[in-house]
Design a binder for this molecule. Structure first.
Ligand code: NAP
Length: 483
């Protein structure tokens, strides 16, 4: 029996509109990237489905915006409770459709679920402002109103959290939401829609339209003036396309885009801590994370020791299907992604990088790549500029703080950055100099639902999580009153 058969009863496979799964007319396949096995077929959403979802969203938008914040809060809280009760099933589902290990998938249920709990708490704290005008001629009332129907487009690497990080604040703010999940991983988002229905979310407030042709679903929505916001997590390339389309109807936008995170180990770092941090920042999610340490800069006085110890740790990782016991790291999401990682490694090696461990794709079935450490990577290699998005640690040497900060900032991206030092002055100086939306100081994991997650430069616009996250779904309204 396929592992998937154990949980298939909990997962709708039609387009999700008006609080139910509709029988599919045409479908596309969802396969396990670790084995190539067919998990199931999912409804192939169309432009007509997308527009029907928008009709539903518009029909209930005012009523949803008018619900008591306490009621929206209670629904989010119930959805969080059901999700956590179903941790094992949802974790297995994510492992099967995306490839991450069960331990990481359980971690994602906890992390992704936390956005529902956090925003259930934020729903009742949407503030406003009231003041006399300085001239004494009037009063100023400032309120926050839900933006309106939202389109959320999500990637495959965190099939739950990248959706819940948008759905949680949008629902808390009083917005209706249509989600277009990634083609490779539509099932987790459909399972979440089912959970929201069980939690009492009114029909039409949340729709999920999976599909094999993303723009066929999203373009008609973006062109429709009834849609009021697009929130996207994915590549910078697609983010730019969406921004251009959003211009036509002057849509509110939130963009969580690509990264090229520097991870700097200064000569005074605690080496044990830095190694543990590098393992987390590089190998979390098999390296398929926008916050992944893409460029590991190590001071030349400690580089040899750091590189050999990191190679020992990474070389010892057990690779295999994520649901099998004892596996540390799973496959890449698909053949294209594995070939892209292989091409970046070949390019770096041709440019002079030294392979400390790994370096090659692993024969199938499944899209595996050996956990890899490359040392002495020249800064001219493509992987210095491009996201690796795989289990490949690239180490670069440096001699001075000035040089490494300049190198770290020499990228169009600005999502996450990490560095290790025991010098407080340096910690403050470098965290201020790094051009990134998020900086980890002596930490390899920075994501926290209570903190604002977001990038600068071409890594994006806006923040998700924290008390900032809900404001992405609220418009400011000023009411002028006489005295
Ligand atoms: P992607 O190719 O940009 O796809 C992301 C989503 O956009 C998917 O749902 C995809 O649908 C859809 N899409 C693709 N082309 C589209 C188009 N022309 N119009 C409308 N939608 C379109 O990115 P990915 O490969 O899934 O994810 C990896 C990228 O996401 C990396 O660059 C990573 O850094 C970034 N990311 C950023 C964050 C962050 O918070 N900043 C978090 C996670 C990932 P299909 O699947 O059907 O193509």
């Amino acid at each position: 029996m396929l592992e998937y058969d154990r949980i298939s009863g909990l997962i709708p496979t039609g387009v999700w509109i008006d609080g139910r799964s509709e029988p599919a007319t045409t479908t596309f396949e969802v396969r396990n990237p670790a084995t190539g096995e067919l998990l199931t077929e999912v409804a192939d959403g169309t432009a007509a489905d997308a527009l029907r979802a928008l009709d539903s969203a518009c029909r209930v938008q005012s009523a949803w915006a008018a619900t008591a914040p306490r009621e929206r809060s209670a629904i989010l809280r119930r959805a969080w409770e059901i999700l956590i009760d179903r941790t094992e099933e949802i974790a297995l589902l994510m492992t099967l459709e995306m490839g991450k290990t069960l331990a990481e998938a359980r971690g994602e249920v906890a992390y992704g679920g936390e956005f529902l709990r956090w925003f259930s708490e934020e729903a009742v704290r949407i503030g406003g402002r009231y003041t006399d005008s300085p001239a004494g001629t009037g009063r100023i009332l400032v309120t926050q109103r839900p933006v309106g129907p939202v389109l959320a487009i999500t990637p495959w690497n965190f099939p739950l959290a990248m959706g819940s990080r948008k759905i949680g604040p949008a629902l808390a703010a009083g917005c209706t939401v249509i989600v277009k999940p990634a083609e490779d991983t539509p099932l987790t988002m459909l399972a979440l829609a089912q959970i929201f229905a069980e939690a009492g979310l009114p029909e039409g407030v949340l729709s999920v339209i999976p599909g094999s042709d993303a723009s066929a679903i999203t373009a008609p929505l973006l062109a429709d003036p009834r849609l009021r916001k697009v929130t996207f997590t994915g590549s910078t390339r697609v983010g730019k396309l969406l921004l251009k389309q959003a211009a036509d109807t002057v849509l509110r936008t939130s963009m969580e885009l690509g990264g090229n995170a520097p991870f700097i180990v200064f000569e005074d770092a605690d080496l044990e801590q830095a190694l543990a941090g590098a393992m987390a920042a590089k190998m979390r999610n098999g390296g398929e994370a926008c916050t992944a340490a893409n460029r590991i800069y190590v001071h030349n006085s400690i580089r040899e020791e750091f590189a050999s110890r990191l190679a020992e740790k990474i070389g010892a990782l057990r690779v295999g299907p994520g649901h099998e016991p004892g596996v540390d790291t799973g496959p890449l999401i698909n053949e294209r992604q594995r070939n892209s990682v292989a091409a970046l490694v070949e390019d770096a090696v041709a440019a002079g990088a030294v392979v400390r461990t790994g370096g090659k794709a692993i024969d199938g079935p499944g899209w595996f790549f050996q956990p890899t450490v490359l040392d002495e990577v020249p800064r001219t290699a493509r992987m210095h500029r491009e996201e690796i998005f795989g289990p490949v640690a690239a180490i670069y040497g440096f001699d001075s703080e000035e040089d490494v900060v300049a190198a770290a900032n020499d990228t169009e991206y600005g999502l996450a950055a990490y560095f290790y030092t025991r010098d407080l002055d340096r910690a403050l100086r470098v965290s201020s100099a790094l051009e990134a939306g998020m900086v980890g100081v002596n930490r390899g994991v920075i994501s926290d639902p209570a903190a604002p997650f977001g990038g600068v430069k071409q890594s994006g616009l806006g923040s998700e999580g924290g008390s900032e996250g809900i404001h992405e779904y609220l418009d400011t309204k000023y009411v002028a009153l006489t005295r």
